[in-house]
Unconditional design. Structure first.
Length: 132
């Protein structure tokens, strides 16, 4: 499986009040992208994937994720877990041939409404798939 990445400047999107998303060349393939943030429990996910089978580009939306606490190591581990678990959310009748991960920069400290501190980072996932 091929894996590609890109990095978007989240602050520039926030200044313009736009939701961050990456545009990637489709190259004629069928892509799946997330329509909502990735959950950790597959049973809670209702297969919220968008299909892209037309056009020159596919839009890969990004979503913010929050860690428990402010340890950067936890943030890295959580991001890796999301990446590995993303495949579990795709119908097993599809073979994944390419994963594109869009990362947001910067990763930043974030304060929740209850005053607790956390880290916020942005991720987006797109998969090239084919029916098996």
């Amino acid at each position: 499986m091929e894996v590609t990445t890109d990095v978007l400047d989240i602050e520039s999107y926030e200044k313009r009040r736009l939701t961050p998303a990456s545009l990637v060349r489709r190259h004629g393939y069928t892509w799946l992208t997330r329509d909502k943030p990735l959950l950790l429990d597959v049973a809670d996910d209702n297969h919220s994937w968008g299909y892209c089978q037309e056009g020159d580009f596919v839009r890969i939306p990004m979503f913010p994720y929050l860690t428990k606490g402010q340890d950067p190591t936890v943030a890295m581990g959580f991001a890796f877990e999301l990446g590995f678990r993303a495949r579990d959310f795709i119908d097993p009748s599809y073979e994944v041939t390419h994963l594109h991960i869009t990362l947001g920069h910067p990763v930043c400290d974030y304060t929740l409404s209850d005053g607790s501190k956390t880290i916020r980072f942005w991720l987006g996932f797109g998969f090239v798939v084919r029916k098996v």
